[in-house]
Each structure stands twice: as C-alpha cells, then as structure tokens.
Write a protein that binds this ligand. Structure first.
Ligand SMILES: [Zn+2]
Ligand SMILES: [Zn+2]
Length: 284
C-alpha cells in the first residue's frame, strides 16, 4: 500500500508536478493519510498473526480463549470448527507468546515494540488517531518485526516473492518485471536512514555499489529514460574480487577487474560483456 503511494509520488516528480504547481510531497502523503493509518493497523494484525503462528508450533489449543468446560472435546459433544471458537488477543496473547518463545528470541525489545504498536493501533481504531503518522515509521517497524521472526535480511526474499507471485507476473516480460524489483529496494532505502538500512542488508551499504549486467540491460533496453539502479555488490568486498551479487535479481555475475576506458570514470569493475558497472558505458 505504501509502496504504491510512493510510486505515484515518483511519477508526479517525473512529470514535474510538484515544481510546477505549489504542491509538496508532504501534501500528497497527507492526502493519503488514511492509507498510511490502515497500513499500521494491518501491520499490527500481521504481528499478531506471526505471534499466533509461533504459539501454534507448540499447540493451537493455547490460542483458545473459551472456558475449557465448553471445549467440544468430550465424546458426546459435536465437533466445532476452530474458527468458531474464541481466540485470545491483547495481553493474553502477549503472555502466552512469551511463555512459548525460543530462548534466542529478543523478547525484551519485542515486547516494547509490540506495546508501542498496540497503543498506536488502538489510537487509530478506537480513538482520535495519531497526528503526523509517518509512513517511514511504519516501514522501519516492518523491517524490524520481520527481523525478529525470521532474520534481518528476510524482507528482501518476502518482498521479492510478493512481486513474483503476482498472477500476472511474467505476462509482459519476465526479465524486465523482475528488474523492476529495484523500485522496492529504492523505496526501502528512501524510507529508512542509512545507518538503519545497514542492519537489514547482506552487504555493506557504505561500500561501492554497481549496476547489474542483466537488470540494467533489460531496464535500459525497454525504457526511454535513463534508469540504472545500483544494487550490486562485490562479493567478497575486496579489490581483487571477480564476482558481484545483485540484490534485484538475486544472482551473481563474474566481473573483470580492469580500468574503465571512460576518462571521467574511476570504475574498475567491468562486466563480461565489456560494460563498466560503475558508469554503465560500453568499453571502447
Ligand atoms: Zn540483477
Ligand atoms: Zn566506467
């Protein structure tokens, strides 16, 4: 939801709407405030689902709120669908969740975040709302929550799956549509401070970044404007490394280490097809 708004903002920037009519990007986000609020509510619901999934790994019975006397478990009672039973929520959910957690779960940090999110969600659902709720805050929380339940870089895989599992994925052009994943990576980078993003990437964001021989090829072939995302990193990050890994297509490519022929470029990472992955010019 937030990514879609950000895409609209980028389209408006490209059409120079913000420069030509006295509208600011902040105005646009403010206008979409209901979507931003809804995102936080859905995020909180997602956190509760994740907590319930952890509890269910132990036993789904722990999720049932009904008095045990009312359980339809005796021989003379009729079976009832699990969905028809009342399940725990709020404080009870948090209590049961903490009781079943594996030892390596960062419980202290999580409980604080859960409580903070719950207060905000309650303000949105039951009260007067939150002034100036920033979409960037929600993005930061999403990365954080995913890292607690999976690992710090799992979001890349989850978001990638989200785009490739779209039933229309590949109808137009699979390579190009896959390369468009750069927009999600860019969106995340715009949304969280560099120091924070650092913890959620498998590579050092402060090191040199390169174009991907494949992703940049498909994007530049299909698009009239110059879009050349830099989401590839040397692996390992050493002067002699002859391999890069791309976060957009999640593939690795061999590279040659030689000086770029473009005098204005200091690049020395060249694709097998003789394209400099720093300035994206073809070598003479
Ligand atoms: Zn790539
Ligand atoms: Zn170059």
């Amino acid at each position: 939801m937030l990514f879609n708004i950000s895409n609209n903002v980028n389209a408006l920037i490209q059409d120079e709407i913000f420069d030509n009519y006295e509208i600011t990007i902040e105005d646009y986000w403010k206008h979409n405030g209901i979507t931003v609020s809804t995102s936080l509510i859905v995020l909180f619901q997602g956190v509760e689902y994740l907590m319930k999934s952890k509890i269910t790994e132990k036993s789904a019975l722990l999720l049932i709120e009904n008095n045990k006397y009312d359980w339809p478990s005796l021989p003379n009672k009729t079976d009832r669908n699990f969905d028809e039973l009342q399940t725990i929520s709020g404080e009870n959910l948090l209590g049961v969740f903490c009781a079943v957690l594996p030892q390596n779960f960062p419980i202290l940090a999580f409980v604080d975040e859960y409580k903070e999110l719950r207060i905000m969600r309650n303000k949105l659902v039951h009260s007067t709302g939150i002034d100036n709720l920033e979409y960037k805050y929600i993005i930061g929380k999403i990365l954080n929550i995913i890292s607690y339940f999976y690992n710090p870089i799992k979001w890349i895989e989850l978001f990638k799956d989200m785009s490739t599992s779209d039933p229309t994925f590949g109808f137009w052009d699979m390579d190009l549509e896959s390369a468009y994943f750069y927009q999600i990576l860019d969106f995340i980078e715009e949304s969280v401070p560099k120091g924070v993003l650092k913890s959620y990437l498998p590579y050092d964001i402060n090191s040199r970044r390169y174009s991907c021989p494949e992703c940049s090829y498909w994007l530049s072939r299909h698009l009239s404007i110059d879009i050349n995302p830099k989401w590839s990193f040397l692996s390992p990050n050493k002067p002699t490394s002859n391999k890069i890994e791309c976060l957009i297509c999640r593939r690795e490519y061999k590279v040659q280490r030689k000086i770029c022929s473009n005098k204005n470029c200091k690049g020395n990472v060249i694709s097998e097809n003789e394209v400099c992955l720093t300035c994206y010019n073809h070598m003479d």
